[in-house]
Structures are given as C-alpha cells and as structure tokens.
Design a protein around this ligand. Structure first.
Ligand code: BDR
Ligand code: CA
Length: 309
C-alpha cells in the first residue's frame, strides 16, 4: 500500500481514536489538528496527545477552534464519555500541544507538502472552514480531502432528524467547505451503519496483547456498552471507515459522483446534507459519495492497527 502523507482533523472521540491508530499503522501522519465536537477542546486535545503517546509516535498535535463558527452546539459525551475517551481515568500525557493554531498548521503543512497531502476530516469542519477563509487556494495544494460527515438520504444521528453529528454540530463551517472545496470524498453516517463490525469480531481483536489494543479496549468500553444497550447489532466506527477509504481507496466497491450542499437554515433540517441525486441543478459534482466498501479489507486495516492482524 502506498504510504500517504496524512493530516487528520479530528475531535477524539472513540471512533476518531481507532482511525488515528489506523493512520499511524498504514501511512505517514503529519499531524493532528484538533476541533471541539464529541467533547470540549480541552478533552479532545488531551485525548489526541495521550493517543500519540500510546502509539509511541512524535506526531504534532495542534489545538483548534473551541466552538462552532456561529452557534453553540450539543456535544456527544453521551456516546464517548464525559472526557471523550470512555472516562477511564487514564494518566494524562506529559506532552503538550504545539503553539500553532490548527487552522494555521493546516495551511502551513499544505505548503510544505503541496500536492502530496491527504487531508482526512473527521470532526466538525470548523478548523477547515477557517483555514479555507484565510486562504481560499488551500484546495489547490491538497491531493485529496476525505470527509466523514453527512447522511446522504436524510437518516442522520444528530438533533435534527436528517443531520449527522459532524455537520450538525457546525453547519456553517460545513457549508463553507462544501460550497468551496472543488471535490472531496464523502463517507457518511449511512455508509457507517452499513459497515458496522460484529461485536464478537471487535472484541476478539481487542483481546490482543498490543498496548494499542489494550488502550482501545478500555476507552471503547462505554461506547460498546451504550451501542449494545441501544439495540444496535454491530459497533459503528464512522471515522475508522473514512480513514480506511483514505488509506486504501480501492476498498470502495460502490460510489456516486454528486453535488452535495449543506442546509443551514431549516427549522427541521438544519445540518442536513442535501444531495442532488438526479443532477437536476446541472452543477458539477463536488463529492464522491461512498456507498459501499469491501468489509473484510476494512476490518483487516483495523486488525493490523490494533496489533491483532
Ligand atoms: C461522527 O460524529 C462523531 O461523534 C464521531 O467521532 C464521528 O466523527 C459520526 O457521526
Ligand atoms: Ca470524529
């Protein structure tokens, strides 16, 4: 597999953590730019630093925006724990975040690695929107943008029925990105639901002796219990799916090129991702919408990242 240079915009977050483990196993990771989202920025930064320590890497961590661009939004602590990492009481990392703001780090690294950078956005798009407004030429230097976000037929997981969390948390930021970035890969919540992992399978992987598996077993316990209690038959790991698509684009078995926009005003639909499925607007597609991937290849990428492959 080709070793991409990957920059990860993230709000760790239990599913973010698995994606970050996967990226470090299979690619060169240039940094984590951190957003608020699943929980507050103080936790998402601390979690990013801790995870890099567990991996034993020296990946820089850049703290970003503490709030959405315009409106306050509800977090997802009920899924990820109050600290975003399952409330295990882990010993905080002794490392610190860089002094550079995440949005500025995205811009700087895009110059250093121009044309050779894969950006994986798996948080509310606040940092990326800010970077884009600071420098609208950013997309010209990024080889590929993969976004985890949206619910392409309106079956979301956030406060308004059709919204998915990353888009619903900061719809204005998502609007900036979706209306400005010429073309990106979109891995949405509905694809995530189609590609859950059997609990028995993930728990077998988490039994590995590798420190990454042991750490992930601990921080994912609450989310696994919560998912089971909610009657879901499988564990849903949205960011891991997006990362798999970024690391190995050939795992995509079905996708559609379509125009996607973000609703920012609707009383019932704020944060919805509206897809022009029948190309009625006559506007060029801005997204490759991933509909299906090779499940066994997806799970292999996870297994090796946990030292269980
Ligand atoms: C997305 O929202 C967050 O809660 C997860 O980390 C993921 O990025 C799924 O809707
Ligand atoms: Ca996330």
């Amino acid at each position: 597999m080709e070793k991409y240079k990957i920059l990860i915009d993230t709000d760790p977050g239990v599913d973010d953590a698995l994606a970050i483990l996967m990226a470090h196993e299979h690619a060169q990771v240039l940094g984590l730019s951190i957003a608020a989202g699943n929980v507050g920025i103080e936790h998402t930064v601390a979690n990013g630093l801790k995870l890099i320590e567990v991996i034993g890497a020296d990946t820089p961590v850049f703290a970003g925006c503490a709030t959405p661009l315009v409106h306050a939004a509800a977090d997802a602590a009920y899924v990820h724990g109050q600290d975003g990492f399952g409330d295990t009481g882990y010993t905080p990392s002794t490392r610190s975040a860089e002094s550079e703001h995440a949005a500025l780090a995205i811009l700087r690294l895009s110059h250093v690695h121009a044309g050779n950078l894969v950006l994986v956005a798996m948080a509310p798009l606040t940092n990326l929107a800010l970077a884009l407004r600071l420098d609208p030429t950013l997309p010209q230097r990024v080889a590929k943008l993969v976004i985890m976000g949206g619910a392409v037929t309106g079956r979301g997981n956030y406060e308004t029925v059709p919204a998915e969390f990353n888009i619903g948390f900061d719809p204005e930021a998502a609007h900036v990105v979706f209306s400005t970035w010429p073309h990106f890969v979109l891995v949405d919540w509905e694809a995530t639901v189609q590609h859950g992992i059997e609990f028995a399978r993930i728990e077998a992987l988490l039994a590995a002796s590798d420190p990454r598996a042991q750490f992930y077993r601990a921080i994912s316990q609450k989310t696994r219990d919560w998912t089971r209690a909610g009657g879901r038959p499988k564990l849903l790991i949205a960011d891991a799916l997006a990362m798999a698509v970024a690391l190995d684009p050939d795992i995509v078995t079905r996708a559609k090129e379509r125009r996607v926009a973000v609703e920012i005003n609707g009383a019932l639909t704020r944060g919805a991702t509206v897809v022009d499925w029948d190309s009625r607007l006559g506007r060029p597609a801005n997204a490759q919408i991933v509909l299906e991937v090779d499940q066994s290849r997806f799970e292999s990428l996870i297994a090796s990242a946990l030292g269980a492959g």
